[in-house]
Design a protein around this ligand. Structure first.
Ligand code: GTQ
Ligand code: FE2
Length: 350
């Protein structure tokens, strides 16, 4: 330390008493040359999630005033005190039993549901009753009323994807229970599967002009068709679920993708400033993240943290692999913060 800076501690102390701080106090290295995250690459096994849900089924009653959702969160070990899956997003697994109602509410967090197994449950979003089938994606935009109910015969399981930690970081969380125990079902809601590129003229304020339900039976044939063409070097065959009204991302803060890797297919390595939460919907393969292989099978979930090199491989010689994913690129791109780099050197070592 030079003589001129020798008494800096005294100055710092005097300033601190007045709630003022010199910028020289920022430690060297606190502003890295390239983005650095505390979020760690991690993989969660389906068996652990499923067994947890089965145990919670017997011990948690879903009802108003008690546990309003039977939901397990994936906790990233790098930011474990947050109990979130990354610094921006949450992946959780929800189970509902026949006859149960997960009571209606709304919040400033946006949510997606990706349906994994069961039949007969539905989500009511602002009056639209959306019956869940495996592989469907159902949106709950921020501040929309929503409840889940189950008219089927076996437990139903889906993924909840939310922007909770991002909304938390902006300190704008609001949560409101619905004033009644149940939400009414509306008959004039716009379902693109029924109306295509038109929408009903209604006297009610039609908040459901944006389609909210992407059905697997519509998505899968398109994905298979895409997989007959040229693959994307980093993604294999991938589609983003778009908002058809704006052509923009799935939700203002979240983008959902469905991605297919043909048998034996490998992608090239790249990295970007968005973080991605993946769920293996079918098949099995390996994703190498910053040199470390993560082997995934149907039902497993994993996170690729921002600015980590990653490449995917479908190791099966016979079976397609399908990955569902959710990323936070929509909160980066409008501010010029989205950056990507590639191709990197393959670290698959096969
Ligand atoms: O089902 O409404 O996993 O509000 C977290 C917050 C699910 C839901 C979650 C929620 C919900
Ligand atoms: Fe909710």
């Amino acid at each position: 330390m030079s003589a001129a800076n020798a008494n800096i501690k005294e100055l710092d102390q005097r300033l601190a008493e007045k709630w003022i701080s010199g910028i020289w106090r920022i430690p060297a290295g606190a502003r890295p040359a390239a983005p650095k995250t505390k979020v760690l690459p991690h993989l969660w096994k389906w068996a652990d999630v499923y067994e947890g849900l089965v145990q919670a089924r017997d011990q948690i009653n879903v009802e108003r005033g008690a546990a309003e959702r039977r939901t397990l969160r994936l906790v990233n070990p790098g930011v474990k005190d947050m109990e979130m899956t990354s610094h921006t997003m949450l992946f959780a697994f929800q189970m509902i039993q026949p006859g149960e109602v997960a009571p209606p509410h709304r919040h400033t967090m946006s949510a997606i549901r990706f349906i994994l197994r069961g039949s007969g449950a539905y989500t009511n979003v602002d009056g639209a009753k959306m019956v869940m089938e495996d592989g469907d994606l159902i949106l709950t935009p921020q501040w929309s009323w929503h409840e889940h109910a189950h008219e089927g015969a076996e437990p139903m399981i889906w993924i909840d994807g939310l922007d909770v930690p991002f909304i938390q970081s902006l300190q704008v969380i609001s949560f409101e229970p619905y004033p009644e125990n149940r939400m009414p079902v509306r008959s004039d809601t716009h379902d693109p599967a029924n109306y295509g590129m038109t929408r009903p003229v209604t006297t009610a304020e039609n908040k459901l002009a944006a389609p909210l339900h992407y059905r697997w039976r519509d998505i899968y044939p398109v994905l298979k068709h895409l997989a007959e063409g040229e693959p994307h070097p980093y993604e294999g065959y991938a589609m983003e679920y778009v908002n058809p009204l704006t052509g923009g991302s799935t939700l203002p803060t979240l983008s959902c993708w469905i991605q297919l890797l043909r048998p034996g297919q490998r992608t090239q390595s790249h990295r970007h400033t968005s973080t991605v939460l993946y769920h293996a919907f079918s098949g099995n393969g390996t994703t190498v993240i910053d040199g470390k292989p993560f082997h995934w099978e149907k039902g497993d979930s994993f996170v690729v943290p921002l600015w980590h090199w990653h490449e995917h491989a479908n190791l099966s010689a016979a079976e397609d692999a399908i990955l569902f994913s959710m990323n936070d690129a929509p909160v980066l791109k409008p501010f010029g913060l989205y950056r990507e780099e590639g191709p990197g050197k393959s670290q698959l070592g096969l």
